[in-house]
Design a protein around this ligand. Structure first.
Ligand code: C2E
Ligand code: CA
Ligand code: CA
Length: 523
């Protein structure tokens, strides 16, 4: 029976048709002719002949109506089927690249892999590999060639992946993330294919006259078909991809169980960090900054310290990194800055507080007003605060960075360029922004006395500072010889274990007092 007659409308049409047909058939089967003649002659006065005629016409009309209605409804059903198919396609595909999306993957739509009934052929069972690909540096492409240019890149990347022979099903999981399903690969072939994927994606793409390049990180693992949902294998491929990404761009890795442990560890650390920020358990310690010529303290750099409930010291780059990734950095920063400003009030007026701002914060348009608000509440004069930013923080969004730095400068806050020489474009940053200080990274200071090249670089940096009329700080001064050498080269300020490690606020107060006492005794 055609599909249409199973619907409610179809059944109604059938009933009407049946009624019409019944009227005709009953007329034919019964000997109605003679019966009618006698009936009509008996009831001529009542016009019964007209009634029977009307009944016949009604039957015929309802039959014709049913036929027409069936035609209409069939057309309507075809249109509805087409609309349904279109809605299904939209729900299961990415509009930009036309690739199936995450929803299609979750619904196990595996077009080239499954047969008509949606089953995986026997030869492919337990021989399915899921690859997870994530682009590196895609955000920079958007900044360089705009969002339309970014779209062009994604379409090209999708085409390149689909053109690879072994990419049996390719999905775009949103953003710059792709999933590829491949069949029948050996372990060696999987590794080879992951490398081929990276090569295909990272070939330059010409957009608006720019040869644009992105990197790619790839993770992969097998799907135990029948033993687990497809998403589980994709999740493991993702974990391997994240681990590959953490090793820098253009790496590929197969999943290993230790990656799962790392994720669990990281999740537990994240929970602990959330609690520590709420309970204000993270404290600022202070490392002295020494005026090399006078030997006196001219400031302290606030450095965050966290000892967790088990007595473990978590290194700042670890917890600051998690706070940045999870968006907790703003709350942590405000807590620490409030603490540090209140501690700095106890120091002599010429002793400055240096405070680190993370690159992620430089994308926050409200950063300057957040800092000025904390300053106003603490009553620490703006001229006593120095904000340290790294070069990398300036290239994320140069327009916002310029706006933040201008606002801070206007209020009287000093700006120092931290880890100078380690970023992408140190000199370009010096030309674009106004800095009050350059902090030469400790990696240069550690080797400058043994390594001639490093020595020349340090000399050049100090000369640069002098010619631009910007003060210079040397980080990581550990030995007397380094101190004497830097002093001789004209460096202004020193920071390092030679002068003192980061210490709690109370010790910083004692440090200043002891300095004042020793200065007084030598005067
Ligand atoms: P940084 O801003 O370059 O801070 C200087 C780092 O060098 C500190 O490490 C300090 O302890 C270390 N250091 C100082 N003198 C010496 C020395 O003579 N030799 C050696 N080898 N190291 C020395 P720390 O405290 O582990 O901080 C590491 C990084 O974590 C900092 O690098 C900074 O980028 C970040 N950080 C620390 N506290 C904060 C904070 O409150 N906010 C933000 N955004 N970042 C912070
Ligand atoms: Ca710093
Ligand atoms: Ca530094």
């Amino acid at each position: 029976m055609p599909e249409f007659f199973r619907t409610r409308a179809g059944r109604q049409c059938l009933t009407i048709m049946a009624l019409g047909a019944a009227l005709w058939i009953s007329g034919a089967l019964l000997d109605v002719d003679s019966w009618l003649v006698s009936f009509m002659s008996n009831f001529e006065d009542y016009g019964a002949d007209k009634f029977v005629l009307a009944l016949g016409i009604a039957g015929a009309m309802s039959f014709i109506y049913s036929v027409l209605r069936i035609a209409d409804l069939r057309k309507e059903m075809l249109l509805r089927d087409a609309a349904q198919a279109r809605a299904d396609w939209i729900a299961t595909h990415d509009h930009l690249t036309k690739l199936p999306n995450r929803y299609a993957f979750e619904r196990k739509i595996l077009p080239k892999i499954t047969d008509k009934e949606g089953n995986i052929p026997d030869e492919a069972r337990n021989n399915v590999t899921i690859f997870s690909v994530d682009l590196d540096g895609f955000k920079k492409v958007n900044d360089l060639v705009g969002h339309k240019g970014g779209d062009v890149l994604l379409v090209e990347v999708a085409k390149r992946i689909c053109a690879l022979g072994n990419a049996d099903c390719v999905y775009r999981f949103g953003g710059d993330e792709f999933i590829i399903i491949a069949l029948g690969m050996t372990a060696a072939r999987e590794e080879w294919f992951a490398k081929v994927l990276i090569q295909a994606v990272t070939r330059p793409i010409l957009i608006d006259g720019f040869a644009v390049e992105v990197g790619a990180s790839v993770g992969y693992d097998r799907w135990s078909e029948g033993a687990e949902p497809l998403e589980d294998a994709a999740h493991r491929a993702d974990l391997a991809m994240y681990e590959a990404k953490s090793r820098g761009p253009n790496h590929q890795l197969v999943f290993e169980p230790s990656m799962q442990d790392k994720v669990a560890e990281r999740a537990s650390l994240e929970t602990k960090l959330r609690g520590a920020i709420q309970n204000k358990a993270i404290k600022t310690h202070y490392q002295p900054l020494i005026d090399l010529r006078s030997g006196s303290v001219c400031g302290f750099e606030a450095l965050a310290r966290w000892t967790d409930e088990d007595g473990m010291n978590i290194p700042p780059p670890v917890f600051i990194g998690i706070a940045e990734e999870t968006g907790m950095i703003t709350e942590l920063f405000e807590n620490l800055l409030t603490q540090a400003c209140s501690d700095a009030l106890a120091w002599p007026d010429h002793v400055r507080l240096s405070f680190n701002v993370s690159p992620v914060q430089m994308e926050d348009k409200l950063l300057a007003s957040r800092i000025l608000k904390v300053l106003a509440a603490s009553r620490l004069p703006a001229r006593r605060l120095e904000v340290e930013i790294t070069e990398n923080a300036l290239i994320q969004d140069p327009a916002i960075a310029a706006h933040i730095l201008d606002e801070l400068h206007e209020a009287g806050v000093q700006i120092a360029l931290d880890d100078f020489g380690t970023g992408y474009s140190s000199l370009a940053q010096l030309a674009r922004y106004r800095f009050d200080k350059i902090k030469i990274d400790k990696s240069f200071i550690a080797t400058c006395r043994e390594d001639e090249k490093q020595e020349k670089i340090v000399r050049a940096m100090l000369a640069l500072g002098k010619s631009l009329n910007i003060k210079t700080t040397a980080e990581g001064v550990e030995e007397h010889a380094q101190f004497a050498y830097l002093l001789q080269l004209g460096c202004d300020i020193g920071q390092g274990y030679l002068f003192g490690k980061a210490m709690p606020a109370a010790e910083a107060g004692i440090f200043i007092e002891s300095q004042i006492a020793s200065l007084a005794s030598t005067a």
